[in-house]
Design a protein around this ligand. Structure first.
Ligand SMILES: NC(=O)c1ccc[n+]([C@@H]2O[C@H](COP(=O)([O-])OP(=O)(O)OC[C@H]3O[C@@H](n4cnc5c(N)ncnc54)[C@H](O)[C@@H]3O)[C@@H](O)[C@H]2O)c1
Length: 257
């Protein structure tokens, strides 16, 4: 077990990739704090973990709200002790052109996607310092390769890569490792919302699969394994990295024959 008795906090763990990470970390022996803005969703993840014999608690949290994150850190400490692992996964996506995006939508997306990473990192740092712990942030291939109709989202994912590298430099001497994951399209909420917004969701999904060299979209579990790797002892000399988990996302061109 890679995370035996490690206290693992996963934000946005009520669904999709975050839920898969929470389940995988519990399977690896972690004691998991499932943080999500949707309390019922967090409780459902906890239920799944306990059914599988793991240990977890749910904490209703808005990562964009400093008081809520302070409560999450305090609750984690009271129930399980200091956090060893923080996974900053919670995010939203506004799929609009810039001129159609309201300042409020822009602000909320920045506050959740980037502000949430900042606030959770800030308020868990005292605990991570004591445990010489690890932070894993969820960026995206959109931090490198942009796509239409999501300029604000791409900006937040690019910011997370820079933030990850900068924090790694600031805290490496304390034994804290900070890395991020850049997934391609994954069979989870944000990609699904995009497919559903297209005139033909099934066609959009198939087209997205073809953007990857492996010819398909990824599964949440495939990102979760990368998160366990970066959080655990196998990545003991890895910090400031952006691990691409994208099935070869890129050209979208068919292979030459
Ligand atoms: N799905 C993809 O194709 C894909 C690709 C690349 C990167 N990502 C990244 O992976 C992460 C998870 O994506 P997903 O597709 O699983 O999303 P999802 O929508 O399935 O799940 C996101 C979870 O975050 C929660 N959440 C939203 N706002 C929150 C807030 N303010 N505070 C706490 N929780 C909040 C939601 O309730 C939900 O449970 C995101 O960071 C996303 O940018 C996803």
């Amino acid at each position: 077990m890679k995370l035996k008795d490690k206290v693992c906090v996963v934000t946005g763990a009520g669904a999709g990739i975050g839920r898969a990470i929470a389940l995988e970390m519990a399977r690896e022996g972690g004691r998991v704090v499932v943080a999500d803005i949707v309390e019922l969703a967090a409780a459902q993840t906890v239920h799944q973990i306990r059914e599988a014999g793991g240990e977890a608690i749910a904490v209703a949290t808005d990562v964009a709200d400093p008081d809520s994150v302070i409560r999450l850190a305090a609750h984690t400490q009271q129930r399980f002790g200091d956090a060893d692992v923080l996974v900053n996964n919670a995010a939203i996506q506004i799929s609009k052109l810039v001129e159609d995006t309201t300042p409020e939508e822009w602000q909320r997306q920045m506050s959740v996607n980037v502000g949430g990473v900042f606030l959770c990192s800030k308020y868990f740092l005292p605990q991570l310092r004591r445990t010489r712990g690890a932070i894993v942030n969820l960026s995206s291939v959109n931090g490198y390769f942009v796509e239409p109709m999501c300029a604000g989202y791409c900006a937040t994912k690019g910011a997370i890569i820079a933030f990850t590298k900068a924090m790694a430099i600031d805290h490496g001497w304390e034994g804290i490792r900070v890395n991020c994951i850049c997934p391609g399209y994954i069979d989870a909420g944000l990609a699904e919302a995009y497919f559903q917004a297209q005139p033909d969701p099934a066609a959009a999904r198939a087209a997205a699969g073809k953007l990857h060299a492996l010819g398909r979209v990824g599964r949440p579990e495939e990102v979760a394994r990368a998160a366990v790797f970066l959080a655990g002892p196998d990545a003991s000399f890895i910090t400031g990295s952006a691990l691409v988990v994208d099935g070869g996302f890129g050209s979208g061109l068919p292979p030459a024959r």
